[in-house]
Ligand binder design. Sequence first.
Ligand SMILES: *[C@@H]1O[C@H](CO)[C@@H](O)[C@H](O)[C@H]1NC(C)=O
Ligand SMILES: *[C@@H]1O[C@H](CO)[C@@H](O)[C@H](O)[C@H]1NC(C)=O
Ligand SMILES: *[C@@H]1O[C@H](CO)[C@@H](O)[C@H](O)[C@H]1NC(C)=O
Ligand SMILES: *[C@@H]1O[C@H](CO)[C@@H](O)[C@H](O)[C@H]1NC(C)=O
Ligand SMILES: *[C@@H]1O[C@H](CO)[C@@H](O)[C@H](O)[C@H]1NC(C)=O
Length: 506
Amino acid sequence: MVANRRNFIFRVSIVINIAVMLYAAMHLSANTSPMVEWVPVTGDGSERNAELQYLKREITRNDTDRLIEPMIRDFEESTSQKSTSTMPTTNKTASSTVSATDLEKKISAAPPDVDINEMLDIVDENGLSDTTLTRLRSLLACTEKDFLPQTVQRGEFWVLKNYIRADHGTIMCHESITYTTHAGFEFLDNVLPLVERWMAPVSLAIHAPGADVTPTVNSIRYLRDCLGNDLIRQYVTFHIFFSNKHIPSKIPDSDKILSTPYNCTGSPPYVVNSSTTYMKQKNLLYPVNVARNIARDAALTYFILPSDIELYPSPNLVPRFLNMIARNQKPLNSTNPRVFPISIFEVDAKVQVPSTKVELQSMLAKKTAIPFHKFVCPNCHNIPQGVQWMTAPETNQMDVFHVGKRHGKYVHWEPIFIGTHQDPYYDERLSWEGKKDKMTQGYVLCVKDYDFMILNNAFLIHKPGIKHYVKNPKRDVIASRQSSFVMNVIMPELKKLFGTRSGCAL
Ligand SMILES: *[C@@H]1O[C@H](CO)[C@@H](O)[C@H](O)[C@H]1NC(C)=O
Ligand SMILES: *[C@@H]1O[C@H](CO)[C@@H](O)[C@H](O)[C@H]1NC(C)=O
Ligand SMILES: *[C@@H]1O[C@H](CO)[C@@H](O)[C@H](O)[C@H]1NC(C)=O
Ligand SMILES: *[C@@H]1O[C@H](CO)[C@@H](O)[C@H](O)[C@H]1NC(C)=O
Ligand SMILES: *[C@@H]1O[C@H](CO)[C@@H](O)[C@H](O)[C@H]1NC(C)=O
């Protein structure tokens, strides 16, 4: 019995050591994306901690060999294939150590001076304890979705949903957050720097009309096979879509793609002159909201972060956010509908992307970082208490910094936020070229009186390079057409469906 146990502990420690070594090796050998020099500024690899924590949780979990054995097998397989696959794919439930009802009873009966972190067993904000996960499961009461490839229609678009799936295996709806995003293939250089910072599932919808499908598929293969880094395979699920007027003449079979390694000799297929794409040649508009909705619908988790692919999140956002949700303290315990906006910044083309708020603040002081779109549209991204946010010191846990509304000065606010599948969708008739494509969603959030719970330490950094306003007469024409469509057609619809509320406008 004792020998058995020692043997078991020994094996576990080997697994942990292998994992750490793989991480170290990956860290040294990882290719950075061709466009962005992304080097972790902290130097201790803290952005990897979340996943390591996650891994340790699985291993040290007080379960029997039933759970541990497959883990070890997974590891033996993955190490023999020189793979750095780390996300556990075991069949897990949230009931391993604590029962949800007991925990709820304990928490609600606790005197107010008891430390909630202790009750939830939160020793590290960058990891999720079993107790925290149990608490999340009962607070969110979400259900799992299926994760199968499917060809589906969406208005005039055909969607290859889950065309290439991430290798993460079963993800339960309460235990992570999905970054949902979209792009044409020429933006896929952003995927690696994004996933290196997010370290959690990404649902990515790619618009690939006509001949664009070939470089799109090649780009996906390049990302998965040629960057010397397994994070994309681990976390990113790719969907492809196109209009029924621009169906590609041949759509590669995804099983064949997965079974044939890509020839990595050439330059990345996503590095192209963007005016040469099929989409640009045919003068197609980018159906940004169709893309957003596809990516969101495919997300397996309760919480989602619908974002633009060039916005890189601050490290450890996922576990820190979920620990905050599990604590469920004021103002989070209200029953109002809410979303969680994240502050956005731009940085100089030549600088390292900041990893902590402290680093961001020093860059703001040196003007190597500025609030998002400061030079493009200074008021569009003003956020309630934005100035206070920038001066407030970083704290050791995630919290709500300020609860704002989309009223008054912020009536046209188009924030990027963590939300859920219950939030209003984006209007699929609007194009990216037509601008203000998120306004109609913002209006509905306002009418439904959403709280905008701005997060204190979290931020998004745009791909390095500060943008300046460039006049584009062709786009202005499309924008003015879209604007009148919104006013004359969409607004009356929204008023009928959702009503009005004083202080809300488009
Ligand atoms: C945890 O481990 C102890 C001792 O190994 C065992 O008695 C107990 O049943 C385990 N608990 C669970 C939930 O597996
Ligand atoms: C998970 O375990 C349950 C019961 O042990 C089993 O019925 C189910 O098929 C398993 N699911 C997966 C995905 O392995
Ligand atoms: C990969 O492509 C290069 C250049 O196109 C070619 O020289 C090489 O033989 C190819 N490698 C394989 C394994 O097919
Ligand atoms: C991209 O291609 C277009 C026409 O095909 C050309 O006019 C333009 O100069 C090219 N841009 C770059 C940066 O090479
Ligand atoms: C939220 O929690 C605070 C204490 O943190 C408590 O005073 C308040 O009554 C709670 N509100 C609701 C709606 O439960």
